[in-house]
Design a protein. Sequence first.
Length: 385
Amino acid sequence: MTKHNATRPVSPDIVTSTSFKAHPDAIGFSANDLQLDAPHFYTRWSNPTVAALEDKLAELEGGEAGLCFASGMAAISALFLTHLSNGDHLILSDVCYAGVAELVHDILPKYGIAVSAVDTSNLAEIAAAVRPQTKLIHVETPGNPILRLADIEAISRIATGCSAKLSIDSTIATPVATQPLSLGADYVVHSLSKYLCGHGDAIAGGIVGKADALASIRREALIHHGACLSPVSAWLILRGIETLDARMAVHERNARAVAEFLQNHPKVKRVFWPGLPSHPQHDLAKRQMANFSSLLAFSVEKGPDLARWLAENVKTFSYAVSLGKAKSLIFYIPSQDIINSSYRLGDAASARYKDWIGEGAFRVSIGLEDPKLLISELEAALENV
Ligand SMILES: *Cc1c(COP(=O)(O)O)cnc(C)c1O
């Protein structure tokens, strides 16, 4: 075969093989002996297509290494369960992705892990929650679903001061907006199911950080808890990442148009989007986000009525959960429901949540459509309530 015939694809291939031919000198049978430079052996341990995505994530976040999982939740639970054990203490955002809130309130205490859920936009509250047993601070910024931000650099100083690790869920920001490792975080975690995939057709999660730390998480949690990423999903996400920069530019432009429309609409009480000067933390957003992304939240007087109208009538939007895809999504989250079911907030924190967004938040993920279509649909919806 001449070199002209050698197969050198421009785009990634999907390697679906579950195992790889091994040499007895190159790899041991136990995952506990897995070396950083070991060849691929079994796809739950590592896989070439998944490894290509891991390398890409590390490059995007400016980290040493990446590690992928079957979902964002699998990545986050792997991080928690590798770093925390009986007697340890976790501090995290009291308002964050509902699945993470339920994991820490319902599951971690069964393993003897103590949790303090605090308002991570308030540095004094984080500092006051620190205990000698605090091992990990986990912060989502911007926070789902109300777009509250946290100052990564300032929180990293608190984490360093108490020798805890800091992990940042940067799913909503994406690496286009923010690189948490450069601001002092030890880990950045992503639900790759959102903007990085970009098309709402694959579920995946990832962590970026120091190579040796991720090797421990690979050995302990990925291989033994077993939530490995399918190579087909890894391939879809690699393909999505090729257009990430271009998509984020359009996401932001469209979100700005919609946020400004909502802000000027008489029936809209409040709009939260980090790119609006009216966002209470707009200065922090400007400092920490090079792109304001496209998740926004707004409230109206008759939230449940508007939710019903939207669910029955929208065509450009989909009335559905999730975020970060080419198609726009809208979903209503009643405040008391999520406070009770996911966040378990006390009186002061509940009052703070409702001060921010009122009795319910419309969480809107603005897609890549013509913003005029999105605005005219919201205009029609608001006319009907
Ligand atoms: C979606 C999401 C998750 C969970 O990710 P999955 O891929 O759905 O498991 C975690 N954090 C944030 C901020 C999310 O938006």
